[in-house]
Design a protein around this ligand. Structure first.
Ligand SMILES: [Zn+2]
Length: 170
């Protein structure tokens, strides 16, 4: 009998822990959005690069000078460091292929498409990493196992992120 009680307690504890862990898992709070998404799996190989929030990865030379997007996301208002601090996984995409606000599953992690880049065209993903060293070490990788979840209303996902990560004052 004692054994039964002990194992019941253990089972309950494990279930409780699993439940608590669900809440901590990155991207979990975005998963309800997946029920309103269209899952698209392209039969292609994606090119994957990485970047950091710093000047090193966010400036572009133009004919008229330098465009500096340091710590800015394409969706506006949000800062890259604020998103990192909030534990949100950010990816830059080609918005003509993937609407901003879409959710992308790569390597068992859910990323949110919140940024763009002049070099991000077609089946290319640019993953935000906290440190330039990490982005540099990531280099260029290729993957054909990418799932894209396009929300019915991508703006709703962005709104949700803005509520969670805070919006920078203009
Ligand atoms: Zn950098």
């Amino acid at each position: 009998m004692r054994r039964v009680i002990v194992s019941t307690i253990v089972v309950c504890a494990v279930a409780l822990l699993a439940f608590a862990y669900q809440d901590l898992k990155p991207g979990h709070n975005l998963l309800p959005e997946l029920s309103n998404t269209k899952k698209v799996k392209y039969k292609t190989t994606w090119k994957i690069t990485a970047y950091c929030p710093g000047r090193c990865c966010n400036t572009r030379f133009t004919e008229t000078g330098i465009d500096d997007y340091t710590n800015c996301t394409a969706v506006g208002g949000l800062t890259l460091t604020g998103l990192l601090d909030a534990g949100i996984h950010v990816v830059a995409v080609d918005p003509s292929l993937i609407p901003l606000g879409s959710i992308i599953k790569y390597n068992n992690t859910y990323y949110i498409a919140l940024d763009t880049g002049s070099a991000i065209k077609g089946f290319t993903l640019d993953i935000l990493m906290a440190k330039h060293r990490q982005a540099h070490d990531f280099g260029v990788q290729y993957c054909d196992d990418i799932e894209v979840f396009i929300p019915e209303n991508p703006g709703k996902v962005i709104k949700k992120i803005k509520a969670k990560a805070g919006v920078r004052k203009p």
